[in-house]
Each structure stands twice: as C-alpha cells, then as structure tokens.
Design a protein around this ligand. Structure first.
Ligand code: A3D
Length: 311
C-alpha cells in the first residue's frame, strides 16, 4: 500500500515538531517545505529526523525542500508559513506579513496538491484559513484551521492541574475565534463525566477561563521571541490523524460555517467531525444566551480582521 504523504509548509518551530510527531505516528512520508533562504535548515532537520528513526523504528521518509514540486499529490498539507508573535503583539498584528505569505502558499498548494486536506495554523488563524480557502478555491470540507483543538487542550490542561486528576479524563471545548474573545464552554466541561462545576469553585473556574484565553500570550512573554510550538504541533497532528485514519474524531476546529451557530460564511471554532471526507460535519447544539452572546462577540472580532484582508 502506498504511504500517505504529508507536506508541512513552513519548517520552523511548529513545522519541525509536526515532522517529528507525524513520523513517530507513521502517518506517512513527510516533506518539510520552506523558502529557499531556509532550505539548509529544513534539509538539516529532515536528515536529523531520518537519523532518529533507528531509535524509534519508524519506517517513513522525511525530506527537506524549497521546491514546491516536492509537495506534489500530498494527502495532507499543514501550513505554518509566516511569522509568530513577539511580546506585546496581538495575533492580528501579524496580518500584513502573513496574508501575503498565505496567498503565495495557497496558489502553490492549489497547483501542486489540489486534492490535499489542508490544516492552517498560521496566525491570525481565523483570517488565514479564510484567506487560504478564498485564494485556493478548495472545497470547504478540505480546509480547516487548527485553534480550538489547542485552546481546548489548554483548558483541559489547566483543569487537570487544578484538580490533580488525569488530563486524560478531562473533556471540554473552547469555541469561537482564536483570540482573547474565544469562548470556553465551561458548563459542559467534565472530569470523567463529573461536571467541573461540582469540582472547582466558580471563582477558580473563572480564573482558568481567563488564563485559557491568554495562554498563548503567556508563553510568548516567557519566550521573549516566538510562540508556543509543542502543543500546537500535537493538536494539528491529532486532526491529520483523524483524517488519514478516518477516525471521525470530534474536535473543535475553525470550520467554514454556513448557518451553524448563527455564523454565515466565516471560519470559526466549532465542534467538527474529521474523517476521510475531511470536515464531515459541524455538530450544533443549543448554547445559552450568554454563550451565544460571547460567540457573537468573537465573531465580530473575526469579521473585523477578515475585513482588513480585503478578500
Ligand atoms: P517559525 O518558527 O518562525 O516558523 C515559520 C516558518 O515559516 C519559518 O521557517 C519561515 O521561513 C517560514 N516561511 C516564511 N515565509 C514562507 C513562505 N512564503 N513559504 C513557506 N514558508 C515560509 O514560527 P512557528 O513555527 O513558531 O509559528 C508558525 C505560525 O503559527 C505563526 O504564524 C504563529 O503565530 C502560528 N501559531 C498558531 C497557533 C494556533 O493555535 C493557531 C499556535 C502557535 C503558533
């Protein structure tokens, strides 16, 4: 059976970790693509990962490249091309530079890998996934943004840290845009099926929600230069794996909404079923009026950023 092919557009901090995780899970052969200036860096990373294989025993090939021809016929494309935040920057501050990069990437992915399932990670996420979709003309089920998976993972991690219980048993979702207006649905969060509201005081839960909203910024401040990369990479790999192995996992992702949750024509974080058909379905459920108001608020922020793209 032919191996799947996964191409990573952008081989920086997240790109390198995506390559490692994709290889370790034997999701398929991996191409790490970057601009010519970074060709040595991605070729070096690929070679280093090839030499890690004897210790871990995974039989896939990892190749570095700055030639778009090498991504031909990829099954999955994961895009991190662009620049990350520095302390004091909003994700929106990246728009000017990353939009130009995303347009170039979308044209090339359309040309060389027109059947791929595309996961966008570059920020500002909700605008970048919108731009990719607009420029590439890909079907809506083949384009998705990684953000809700990470934001929900952060929320889960903080609840596990607060209770001391296994992170494996914490379920919850964070919806909306990937910014400070994201919407943690705390009402539905559980630890092993027990509502978190029965385990954690409302004051502490509020503090955990607030920390989740700015969790990316907390890491940016600590690094001083660049943003989180381990958890973002793992979150995207979870999505790629669900597609390639038709797992039909339900993951909060930036999917194109056409009426779901009252959102029309925007990519926004909603519970999405990912299987062999790509984003196969958005799972709708009743929000409380307060949650809906928060979602509308996040949508306003997303609409504003997308307005600035001129697309
Ligand atoms: P970094 O380590 O700088 O890697 C980005 C890579 O993109 C670099 O190697 C660049 O050379 C490369 N690049 C630049 N222009 C192009 C181009 N035209 N074509 C191909 N490659 C190009 O950054 P990173 O890996 O830490 O972060 C990548 C992006 O992900 C940034 O925009 C971050 O803001 C974003 N990010 C998003 C999340 C989400 O949850 C959505 C989380 C963390 C980071």
């Amino acid at each position: 059976m032919a191996k799947n092919k996964i191409s990573l557009i952008g081989g920086g901090q997240i790109g390198g970790n995506l390559a490692l995780l994709a290889a370790q899970k034997e999701l398929g052969d991996v191409i790490i693509f970057d601009i010519p200036k970074a060709e040595g860096m991605v070729k070096g990373k690929a070679l280093d990962l090839m030499q890690l294989r004897p210790h871990d025993g995974y039989d896939v090939t990892i190749t570095g490249s700055s030639d778009y021809k090498d991504i031909a016929d990829s099954d999955v494309i994961i895009i991190t091309a662009g620049i990350p935040r520095k302390p004091g920057m909003d994700r929106e501050d990246l728009l000017g530079i990353n939009l130009g990069i995303m347009k170039d990437v979308a044209e090339n992915v359309k040309k060389h890998a027109p059947n791929a399932f595309v996961i966008v990670i570059s920020n500002p996420l909700d605008a970048m996934v919108y731009a990719f979709h607009k420029v590439s003309g890909f079907a809506k089920n083949k384009v998705v943004g990684m953000a809700g998976a990470l934001d929900s993972g952060r929320f889960r991690a903080f609840i596990a840290m607060e209770t001391g219980f296994s992170v494996q048993d914490v379920t919850c979702m964070v919806l909306g845009g990937h910014g400070d207006t994201m919407v943690p649905i705390t009402r539905l969060a559980t630890v092993g099926g027990v509502p978190v509201t029965a385990l954690i005081s409302s004051e502490r839960l509020k503090a955990i929600e607030d920390r989740t909203r700015v969790a990316g910024g907390e890491i940016v401040k600590l690094f001083g230069n660049g943003s989180a990369f381990y958890a973002p990479a793992q979150s995207a790999i979870e999505m790629a794996e669900s597609y390639l192995r038709d797992k039909k996992r339900v993951i909060p992702c930036a999917s194109l909404c056409e009426g779901e949750f009252g959102v029309e024509g925007y990519f926004i974080g909603v519970p999405s079923v990912i299987g062999a058909g790509g984003v196969e379905k958005v799972l709708e459920f009743d929000l409380t009026s307060e949650e809906q108001a928060e979602l509308n608020n996040t949508l306003e922020a997303v609409e504003k950023t997308i307005g600035e793209t001129g697309l």
